[in-house]
Structure formats: C-alpha cells, structure tokens
Write a new protein. Structure first.
Length: 498
C-alpha cells in the first residue's frame, strides 16, 4: 500500500490497512517537509539561546526546572528515550505497533513538533521494511501520552532495544542493519517529540473499532437467524416504530433486520400464531444494536480527529514554542471505555438469545439444548455456559479505567487518563464478544436445521451456507470448540456482515 503523510488526511482505514500489511510504501508529502523544516529552524535557534525551553534545554516532568548545558542537549534526548523504556507485560501485537508508528509519523508531519523530517522518515522506513519494535503492553498511564510504549519504539530508531524482523526477534541494531536502515542520532527536542502522544492507545482503538464495526453488522445477521429459528415476528422492526424514535443506529439495525428476514418460509408457516410479542432480546434488538452502532460512530469521529492532531509537547507556533497538554489521552480514554461498555451489552444480548435457543422452557418446542437425542446427548448445553462466562468477564472489563487517575512524576502529572488501560481492556472485550457471537451463530444455524424442510429468507440461507462451509451440521454430540473457533474466524473476516 502506498501512502503519503501530510499530518491532516490520515484515515482509520489507512491506519488499519498499513498496520495489517507486511510492508508498505509510506512517504512524507512535500508540504510536510516545508512545515517540519520551518519549525525545526526555530527550535535550532531557540535551543542555542539562553531562554529555558521545556525538554529542549531543560529536564522533563518534575525536573523541568533543571537547565541542561548546550553540550548535553543530544545526550538529554537519548536519556529521555532510555529512561522511559520501563514497559512490562506481553508485547503489543505487530499490527498495533505498525499502526502506532504510522500515526506518530503522521503527527510529526504536521510540523508543530520542531523536529527534522529525517526522524519521521526513519519511522516510515521501519513501517515500509517490516521492522517492528518490541513494545510491552503495560506501562502507560495515558499522559504525557503513551510514554513507555513510544519510548520502546524510539529505542529501535536509535539502534537499541529489540525488534521483530523477518520472523525473528533480535537486537534493534541488528534489525536496522539487516533492513538497511541507519540508526538515528537524536538532536534537541527530538526524543521528547517521539514519545509525547496518544498513538499506542489510538492504534489499538482504530484496530478494535474496525473489529467492532464488523461485529455490529454481524450481530444483526445472527439475531435475524435466531429470531426466525424461534419463530419470532419481524413486526417489531416496522419502519414506523423506529421513525418515531430516530436514533441513526436504531434505524439502520431495524432496516437491516427487515431486509434480512424478508421472504422467510419459516415466518409464513406461523403467520397466524397467537403470540403477541417476543422477548426483549429479540424485539428490542434494533434499540440495543443501534445504541452500539451509535457508540461505535461516536468513537470513530473522535479517533478520526486524533489521527491528525498534534499531541506533542511543547509545540511550535508562529515563531514561539508553547507548552501545553495535547498529549492527554482523556478524549480517547472515554471512547475506549464507552466501546467496552457497548460491546459488553452486545455480548450480553447475544448470550440471552443463545439461552432462548437451547433452554427447553423458552425455545418454542425445539429439542432441549438443540440435541438430536436429548439425555443421551447434551447438545449445545455447554456452549451456552461458555457464552455466559464470556459475558461475565466482559462485565468486569467494562469497568472504566478513565475514572481511575493515579498521580505520577512527583505530582507534576497529577491527573492522567489511563487510556492505554482502557485500550488493552477493549481488546479482550472485542475477542470475548466475537466468541459469544460465534456461539449464537452455532446455535442459530443448528436451530434452523431442525426446522427443515422449511427455509429461512434467501439472505439468511446465504449466510447459513457460509456457516456450513466451516461448521458442518451437528450429528450427535461432538467437541464444539472447533466450530466456535471456526465461526469466530468467519465473523472476524466479515463473512457474516450481511
């Protein structure tokens, strides 16, 4: 994939595509060079002067009042990177680190950081040639940005730290040498400009947002399968009902459910039944799914702004350097927490539909637990138990991290966002939600099988055909974990978006 960075037009789709690619062709736009060279000239001039400039000729954090001699300015930048490499835990996934690097290069390309274009070029070189710094997942409090994760990235630029290259983990210096990239010697301000920002939490946010968009579309499809299998009514999805409460997501989910169920033989077989209305997990799906849709849309709007925002500190404007707080992750932390809450609800309503499919007291005369020979066979009894366990875990993970500031840096950084914690939690919520939805997919497809020879709508039958390519019809009890895993992959790939 070819991409030019100008600091103003990077999209979530771009970030996800580059992140998932093995290599890329990312360059700086001509305008970026002009912007960066102009601000760098000012930094060079002020760094040589007598006035204190934060992190240029002073220490950082609580040590901001310590003046650094001119002969030590490059050493200061190296020390900033080395000292901030204090992360712990499992490394971030390759695609997260690639997205993080891409977004950071784009932010620097805006020209507000006062660094040489060479620095952003070297970050692009890592992305282009498939060098992925090893970045621990824990250690960021989300202000002054994602300091530890970005420092571990910057270490590799300097020819230190560790990186993955061509399938092996090795010292950063070896990875650069094998990729043909020169180690970077940092000049004044460049160390602090590499690490002050929200790019680690934003990288996770963009990738998980993309996954969440797939999940919410797939949820409509799977819900439609479940409703038809339970011989429910689509009347609750009537356009007039939703026009009377016109939340955008609700309108969209209701319209999708109407389309998905159109032409069902199963529906026609019980058109005259006496049931007045279905349970909430079926009847209120547009309201619940729609609220998740709207939460995803709100997060997408915030992430789109952040992709092209200057999150460094200090920033260079019109001949002066200003110290501020654009590195603070609160806007992202809130959205990451909101997404976790919304997806927890999505997994919860999915699990309730699974229970309705397998529970003999609720499943409209389908066999208990959808077993072929109940008693001798347990059917999907334990699949529902697994779904319940996933929802229970999501409920714990949905507790917001953004409300839990802990003071750092000698009380200079006394209110932080904890956005990276929100991001890492969200990753697990997305995985759990997709697995719970895979279980509903397994159960709904099985229930539809049991209604043969009646068929569902053409749209649902097409989806069921895709399901059966990876998960054959149940014939007696079998280990279900393989089916669940295969359906998880199917959903993640977007095959059930409808």
């Amino acid at each position: 994939m070819t991409l030019q960075l100008d600091g103003r037009s990077l999209t979530i789709s771009d970030a996800c595509s580059i992140a998932r690619a093995l290599t890329a062709d990312v360059t700086l736009a001509p305008a970026a060079y002009q912007q960066m060279n102009a601000s760098r000239a000012l930094v060079d001039r002020l760094a040589a002067g007598d006035a204190p400039i934060y992190a240029v000729n002073t220490g950082v954090g609580l040590l901001a009042d310590v003046r650094i001699p001119s002969g030590d300015l490059e050493r200061l930048q190296r020390n900033v990177i080395r000292s901030h490499c204090a992360g712990v835990g499992e490394p971030l996934a390759r695609e997260v680190v690639r997205a993080m690097m891409l977004i950071r290069a784009n932010v620097l390309a805006m020209g507000f950081s006062g660094i040489r274009p060479l620095v952003a070029e070297r970050i692009c070189a890592l992305v282009n040639r498939g060098v992925t710094p090893v970045v621990p997942s824990q250690g960021s409090v989300g202000a002054s940005g994602d300091l530890a994760p970005l420092a571990h990235m910057a270490m590799v630029l300097m020819g230190e730290g560790e990186a993955d290259f061509e399938g092996s983990t090795m010292p950063g210096a070896d990875a650069l040498r094998r990729a043909g990239i020169e180690p970077l010697t940092l000049a004044a301000k460049e160390g602090i400009s590499l690490i002050n920002g929200t790019q680690a939490m934003l990288a996770i946010g963009c990738l998980e947002l993309d996954a969440a968009q797939v999940l919410i579309d797939s949820a409509d499809v799977v819900c439609a399968m479940t409703l038809d299998a339970l011989r429910g009514t689509p009347r609750a999805f009537d356009e007039r009902i939703h026009a009377a409460r016109p939340h955008p997501g609700q309108l969209e989910s209701a319209a999708r459910l109407r389309r998905l169920l159109e032409g069902s033989e199963i529906r026609q077989s019980h058109i005259g039944c006496r049931r007045v209305q279905d349970a909430y997990s079926l009847r209120c799906a547009p309201q619940v799914h729609g609220a998740v849709r709207d939460t995803v849309s709100a997060a997408a709007a915030v992430f789109a702004i952040e992709l092209n925002s200057a999150t460094d500190n200090p920033l260079v404007f019109d001949g002066e350097i200003l110290s501020g707080g654009n590195f603070h992750g609160e806007p992202l932390a809130f959205q990451l927490d909101f997404l976790a809450v919304a997806l927890t609800a999505l997994s919860g309503i999915s699990e309730r539909r699974v229970d309705r499919l397998v529970n003999p007291a609720l499943n409209e005369q389908l066999p208990p637990f959808l077993a072929g020979n109940p008693g001798l066979e347990s059917g999907l009894m334990m699949a529902q138990v697994t779904a319940a366990s996933l929802v229970a875990e999501n409920r714990v993970l949905a507790y917001p991290a953004s409300t839990g500031s802990i003071t750092t840096s000698g009380n200079k950084e006394d209110f932080v966002s904890m956005g990276m914690t929100s991001a890492v939690k969200l990753q697990r919520v997305v995985r759990n939600t997709r697995a719970a939805m895979a279980i509903e997919t397994l159960a709904a497809a099985r229930a539809l099988d049991l209604l043969a020879p009646l068929k569902s709508s053409p749209a649902i039958e097409e989806m069921r055909g895709r399901i059966r390519q990876v998960s054959p019809p149940l014939e007696g009890d079998r280990p279900n974990y393989r089916d669940i895993a295969a359906l998880d992959v199917l959903i993640a790939g977007g095959a059930l978006r409808g």
